[in-house]
Design a protein around this ligand. Structure first.
Ligand SMILES: [Ca+2]
Length: 498
């Protein structure tokens, strides 16, 4: 018989809220631990209930993630926290479900939120609270790998072998189990099932969304997957490529110098889309050669410098990307994470150390092309099936009526948009053309938008709302509404943007 710990944690604030909220007298919404059925292959270790009075909510410090501002006007809600385990895996996976206490404040939908970097989902961040404020029952899972997006020590077991159970959780299992548990908890809490279930994620969260469509096509009616870190086994090594180039070309260009290349590319290609706005709408059409800048001067920090041939060649090779994979687009600002000499992108660095080589001392700043090629092949060989998240067979997802709305910024500095386009093309080949794919999967490449947002281009206004419209009213989005920081609004046509 399963052993369950039934704990009720009720803060004094929540007791007060219960006392002054007789409207919540509906027994179905008392904040108590429900009976939770374990997903197949898992056991339930504990179920806990915690009431929160809502109001203005300050989420805990999220270092190293930016701490979001307080969220105002949040209705009272109940957190049901379920801990799962998988026999033999020695894991403890937390699934948190946050439910508006007043059934009248619930919009009848479930929204699961995804993670970032090596965080499977943010249990204590703004995502769940924001979803509750919007009326959703909301859920997230930590996949049993903890709450630090920069911590991958979980990948290696004592003795040095890979922790397959936790990697499986992170790659695919835990989002599915979150969907199963959250639907169960929501049904128990309100006395009726959610009308629709949605997934909402970017980067790692985007990958999770694609993985769900591929592996668990019935979990969600709608999946919003932005800047998807799919092709993970390749992308996570390919983002080390700038370090290889800097090492081989023996250059260490500053951010100011690198930005000069973007400025020159923009000057050359800006108007190819018909509008001089400082943005190259479709960088794939821009073939400006960075070697044109060799021998010219730039002024950085008050000093005039001449761009060398080696520096120009390095930028050319970074944009071109490594053998067998893609680089960032012209215009993407690579100076923060991707192309900082001697400071490899942390996701890639951790991937090489803790997963591919399982050698925490592995140095990713001194790789030759040969070393890189070996590392890339080893990653692909070991992990493509586990976390490639690139199976184009979405037939079961289509047949279940699912909709996948995906957007990817053309100025994404971390996850190359060409990897997403590569996937989309493979899906089109399987289904026999883009029009057939558009019936259930639409991709929007947003001009001038950086990784998961930011950049000079128009930011998506309400992509989740567009997805809900598609799922519930059949309004397939032909374009995605965006607005720039300067207030310029624009509807961006879906892929292939014509
Ligand atoms: Ca333009």
């Amino acid at each position: 018989m399963r052993r369950r710990l039934l704990l009720i944690t009720a803060a004094s604030l929540s007791l007060t809220a219960a006392a002054v909220a007789p409207a919540a007298a509906n027994a179905a919404t008392s904040c108590r631990p429900p009976t939770v059925t374990a997903p197949a292959g898992a056991v339930v270790e504990s179920v806990r209930a915690t009431a929160d009075a809502g109001g203005t909510v300050t989420v805990p410090d999220q270092t190293p993630l930016p701490t979001p501002p307080p969220i105002a006007d949040v209705p009272a809600w109940c957190d049901i926290t379920v801990v799962l385990a998988h026999p033999g895996a020695a894991d403890h996976v937390t699934v948190k479900v946050s439910l508006p206490s007043d059934p009248a404040r619930w919009n009848g939908r479930l929204q699961a939120v995804g993670g970032s970097a090596y965080l499977a989902g943010n249990l204590d961040g703004a995502e769940l609270v924001t979803a509750v404020k919007s009326g959703y029952a909301a859920t997230a899972t930590d996949a049993g790998v903890g709450d630090n997006p920069l911590d991958t020590t979980w990948a290696i077991q004592p003795g040095g072998s890979l922790n397959d159970g936790l990697l499986t959780n992170f790659a695919s299992r835990s989002v599915h189990e979150m969907a199963v548990v959250a639907k169960d908890v929501t049904r128990a809490f309100y006395g009726r099932a959610a009308n629709r279930a949605y997934f909402n994620g970017c980067s790692t969260g985007g990958r999770q969304g694609y993985q769900e469509a591929q592996s668990w096509p019935d979990d969600f009616d709608g999946i919003l997957a932005a800047a998807p870190a799919i092709n993970w086994d390749r992308f996570a090594v390919a983002t080390l490529w700038p370090q290889v180039v800097f090492h081989e070309e023996r250059v260490a260009p500053t951010a100011c110098e690198l930005k000069a290349f973007n400025a020159a590319a923009t000057a050359a290609c800006d108007t190819s889309d018909g509008v001089r706005d400082g943005i190259i709408d479709d960088p794939r059409t821009c073939s400006w050669d960075p070697r044109a800048l060799a021998g010219t001067t730039v002024r950085c920090d008050g000093v005039t410098r001449t761009i060398t041939r080696a520096e120009a060649e390095a930028v050319r090779r970074i944009w071109q990307g490594p053998p067998s994979w893609y680089g960032p687009n012209r215009g993407a600002d690579v100076t923060t994470f991707l192309a900082v000499p001697g400071q490899p992108f942390f996701v890639a660095d951790l991937w090489a150390k803790y997963f591919v080589t399982r050698d925490a001392a592995f140095d990713t700043t001194r790789l030759t092309v040969k070393d890189f090629t070996r590392l890339y092949a080893a990653s692909r060989r070991q992990f493509h099936r586990v976390i490639g998240s690139d199976d184009p067979d979405l037939r079961a997802f289509r047949d279940s009526g699912g909709k996948l709305l995906s957007w990817h910024g053309q100025y994404d500095e971390l996850v190359p948009t060409e990897g997403t386009v590569d996937y989309r093309r493979r899906v089109e080949r399987l289904f026999g053309g883009g029009e057939r794919v558009d019936g259930f999967y639409r991709l929007f490449l947003l001009p001038g938008v950086a990784h998961c947002g930011g950049g000079p281009g128009g930011q998506p206004v309400d992509p989740l709302g567009a997805l809900v419209d598609w799922v519930e009213r059949g309004h397939a989005p032909a374009a995605l509404a965006t607005v720039s920081a300067g207030g310029v609004t624009r509807n961006v046509a879906r892929y292939p943007m014509r």
